[in-house]
Design a protein around this ligand. Structure first.
Ligand SMILES: [Ca+2]
Ligand SMILES: [Ca+2]
Length: 470
């Protein structure tokens, strides 16, 4: 039987059996086990959004300050921004010591415009800003606001010994306050003598700073003051220069001293003592590559006589003046001999307006006189023992020889008969006068002092007259 025929036979027999089985239990099998649990259904749809929550609370804070850095010694405007703040008319601002808050403008609940004056002495570096509104706790902007020095030195100077000076270049960093040659700054070192301005540009000033003989030692501040509008701008550089201690060499008037200046351009300082009631005179021989000047007992350079080969000044009540000897060659190291003397200190006595009323002075002497009015002439008579004689008009403590000051003298040296034997208009690089004889025979001579008949006949001024004989 073929497969096809066999299949046909099976179908013919099985179909009726299955029909019978549907009706007869003898034909059903046992019940099968339950099927496995079905798979988890897919996730449901997202729910609809809930209602809006209550408004959030942003903590109040200072979020920004503009600018973050300002120069000391200046009036500045600063913008303070906040987040979550409620600035109002009760808002106060504190920038710390030495910063004056001149005005606070509430631009908005989150912005303040503040006008400040930062004192020149205010401590430099970062500092905190405190902002308080009403009774609220103050808000702090910590450490991000900085005070900067408006000036600096181009190079750190070496230590400056007491009684000396140093040249420095000061750089201006504040573009709003450039230097001006027309109104150069006044420069000082600590509480001492003012510096000498040597050159000025918009960004820099070259200045000679003086460390007075008795200046405080250690780091000292450099101060600059310059005209600005109706006022002045003040700039301070703390600890700009270090002043080193130095003890002046003791010296008694009348005792010469010989020494050699150091090769590095350093100077020598003497504490020169002379009897009270006299005047002190110091002199270097002609041709010495050095200069001398005399400072009063304060040791301040702003009391110094002009630097030159000679200097004279009244002895103070302390009996001590300071003599500073410096190199003038620029090469350093010249040897010198400093001669000193105590002079008679004489005050002029009017009338002395003609030969017959000449005031007799005993030399060597330092006389303090005055051209009191236009046309005043002062005659002084002296007995010269022979030898060198030098007669010079000099600056006073208050007035300098021209062109730096009002003194403009003309002098004549006359013999006993009133015949001029020497005259001088200007000597020593200024408008004071001097006549010098390396050797002059003994005799009575007369000195005549007037305001310069050529340049300043109507001038009035005080003066000193030194009469030095050897
Ligand atoms: Ca006079
Ligand atoms: Ca007179």
């Amino acid at each position: 039987m073929s497969a096809e025929a066999y299949d046909r036979v099976v179908r013919a027999w099985l179909f009726p059996l299955c029909v019978i089985a549907m009706w007869g239990p003898a034909c059903a099998g046992p019940e099968g086990p339950p099927g496995e649990e079905g798979q988890r259904g897919a996730q449901g749809l997202q729910g609809i959004p809930g209602p809006a929550g209550p408004a959030g609370q942003v903590p109040a804070a200072i979020s920004a300050v503009q600018p973050l850095s300002v120069f000391a010694g200046r009036v500045v405007s600063v913008l303070i921004s906040g987040t979550g703040t409620q600035f109002d008319q009760t808002t106060v601002v504190d920038f710390g010591a030495d910063i004056d808050v001149d005005s606070v403008v509430v631009a908005s609940p989150a912005a303040l415009s503040v006008s400040l004056f930062v004192r020149p002495t205010a401590a430099l570096g970062p500092r905190d800003i405190l902002v308080q509104t009403g009774e609220d706790d103050p808000l702090t902007f910590a450490g991000a606001f900085t005070l900067a020095a408006p000036v600096s030195l181009l190079a750190d100077p070496p230590e400056v010994p007491q009684g000396s000076h140093v040249d420095v270049t000061v750089v201006m960093h504040d573009p709003d306050t450039p230097f001006s040659a027309l109104s150069p700054p006044t420069v000082g070192l600590g509480a001492g003598s003012l510096g000498e301005v040597l050159a000025v540009s918009a960004q820099t000033v070259d200045v000679r700073l003086y460390a007075d003989v008795l200046a405080a030692t250690g780091p000292v501040a450099l101060s600059l003051s310059a005209p600005l509008g109706d006022g002045t701008s003040e700039s301070l550089l703390p600890e700009a220069v270090t002043i080193a201690p130095r003890v002046p060499t003791e010296l008694t008037a009348g005792v010469p001293v010989s020494a050699t200046l150091p090769a590095d351009g350093g100077n020598h300082v003497y504490a020169l003592s002379a009897p009270v009631g006299t005047a002190v005179h110091a002199a270097l021989p002609a041709g010495t590559g050095a200069s001398v000047r005399l400072l009063d007992d304060s040791g301040r350079f702003d009391t110094a006589t002009p630097a030159g080969l000679t200097a004279s000044r009244p002895t103070p009540d302390t009996g001590t003046v300071y003599a500073v000897v410096e190199d003038t060659t620029g090469l350093g190291g010249p040897a010198y001999t400093l001669n000193t003397a105590a002079l008679n200190l004489v005050a002029e006595q009017e009338p002395n307006n003609d030969l017959g009323s000449a005031q007799v002075i005993t030399g060597p002497a330092l006389l303090t006189g005055a051209i009191d009015a236009a046309g005043d002439g002062d005659f002084f008579s002296l007995n010269h023992a022979g030898g060198a004689l030098t007669v010079s008009t000099l600056a006073t403590d208050d007035e300098a020889c021209g062109p730096d000051g009002p003194i403009d003298t003309y002098i004549e040296l006359l013999d006993e008969q009133g015949t001029p034997i020497a005259t001088n208009e200007d000597a020593g690089g200024n408008w004071c006068s001097s006549v010098m004889f390396p050797s002059l025979e003994a005799g009575t001579y007369v000195v005549w002092v007037v305001a310069s008949p050529t340049y300043c006949p109507a001038c009035a001024f005080g003066y000193r007259l030194s009469v030095i004989s050897e």
